[in-house]
Design a protein around this ligand. Structure first.
Ligand code: F0G
Length: 420
């Protein structure tokens, strides 16, 4: 197995061992693999590892697929991660309006979001180059994840987050894991611009999803899901979309999986944005003839992004999979979240965009009643406890507010009677 880095824009090739994460021309680098094994031998390798407990007992749902992520073997920076569940719940299926819907819960990763899958690969590469420090811009989850993996690798971490717009659970994680945290007066898009310039100027390794190794790790959301389904793809994969790292990684994973003979049929990707942070959706509606940036605002702070860095890759992923892009309101996101939460699974607001989006696409008839769908839940319910409390105390349709009582059995009785 071998690989090179190739610039999406100018086509320049770099060695896979290069510490560069962006091309000198400013374009994004992609990992191009040369795989010499057949699809059936790759499947036998990955399935055998899954049965036997992966790499010498290191049970990572990312590194199980190492031959199609990285070209060489180096010391892993891994918790481990991955091995997330596919859930089926009648209440969620009823809400969405189709029978065959599974939720893949990436909130089960060690720091509570899908970011750990990309971070283990990017942190492993950064450690192998001897990076003096790592940095990222973040709406919260990337910084939590990077802080944890940097701590494990013993590399100093520098985080740029939009001041006042990061859920408390995520900020707490970055601080707890020891990252130096800068609250930037601006939004995520400002943070990303700043960290791209600062990391280039200061020689710090940038671990945002423009780092090509992040996407290699995030491919395993799709690969692991295909493996869980016995390599029988669903008709649709529905995913929340912000900076479009996941949409890009899913498109790459599916194109490669077909090319290498892991699957024959390619699922359609549905990328779901918040209505107040919908540049990709707007672009989709023009047939991707125009690119938009917006001043983003949504309760789903994880996807409060107005100028997605992986726009072009997102376009390719949607085109190559005959995919669609949709947008859902904050109200729809919160309602879908309440349904997922009350099913006992739970997720953060941005994650619920995939469930709200699946429901919308079923209503529009794009997803048909007999289709099989996997929706990705990207983050854990406890990431944003404040939004949960506000919703349940806020007199909403599915609110379940806490009630204060005297410490007496009669007060409990009165409460139960009132509830009926
Ligand atoms: N869901 C969650 C929970 C996220 O944290 C993010 C992105 C997304 C969805 C969107 O994924 O950017 O690949 O389209 N969070 C980034 C962060 C931006 O900084 O944590 P995307």
């Amino acid at each position: 197995m071998s690989a090179v880095l190739r610039c999406d824009d100018c086509g320049q090739m770099l060695a896979a061992t290069s510490p560069r994460v962006q091309c000198p021309c400013g374009g994004l680098l992609a990992v191009i693999h040369q795989i010499r094994r057949s699809g059936s031998s790759l499947k036998a390798l990955f399935d055998g590892r899954r049965r036997r407990g992966d790499l010498d007992g290191h049970e990572s749902g990312v590194w199980r697929f190492r031959e199609i992520l990285v070209p060489d073997t180096v010391t892993l920076v891994s918790h481990p991660e991955g091995n997330t569940s596919l859930y089926r719940r009648d209440s969620v299926a009823h809400f969405i309006g189709i029978a065959d819907i599974a939720l893949k819960h990436e909130g089960e990763n060690p720091t509570g979001s899908f970011k750990d899958r990309g971070m283990t690969v990017a942190a492993t590469r950064a450690a192998a180059w001897g990076a003096p420090a790592v940095a990222c811009a973040s709406t919260g989850n990337t910084s939590a994840s990077m802080a944890a993996y940097a701590a494990q690798a013993g590399i100093p971490a520098l985080v740029f987050v939009p001041a006042g717009k990061v859920a408390a659970g995520k900020l707490a994680q970055a601080l707890a894991y020891g990252a130096r945290t800068l609250m930037v007066r601006g939004d995520f898009d400002d943070c990303l611009r700043l960290v791209r310039e600062a990391s280039e100027a200061l020689g710090i390794a940038l671990l945002n999803s423009i780092n090509p190794w992040r996407l290699e790790g995030q491919k395993t959301i799709v690969l692991e899901m295909l493996q869980q389904r016995g390599w029988d793809p669903a008709d649709w994969i529905v995913v929340p979309a912000g900076n479009l790292g996941n949409t890009a990684a899913f498109g790459k994973a599916l194109a490669e999986a077909r090319e290498w003979g892991l699957i024959r049929k390619v699922p359609r990707i549905a990328s779901i944005q918040a209505a107040g942070a919908n540049p990709f959706h707007r672009s989709f509606r023009t047939g991707f003839r125009k690119r938009f940036t917006v001043k983003a605002e949504t309760i789903a702070t994880a996807i409060r992004i107005g100028d997605p860095a992986s726009h072009d890759r997102g376009v390719r992923a949607i085109r190559e999979t005959r995919g669609v892009v949709a947008a859902v309101s904050d109200k729809e996101i919160l309602e879908a979240k309440a349904v997922v939460d009350a099913s006992g699974i739970g997720c953060e607001p941005a994650s619920a965009a995939s469930v709200a989006g699946a429901r919308l696409l079923v209503k529009q008839g794009l997803i048909r009643k007999g289709d099989s769908v996997v929706a990705i839940l990207t983050g854990h319910v406890l990431k944003d406890a404040q939004t949960v409390m506000d919703y349940h105390r806020g007199g909403n349709q599915r609110s379940n507010p806490p009630v204060e009582i005297e410490a007496s059995v009669s007060a409990v009785e009165r409460f139960l009677k009132r509830r009926g």
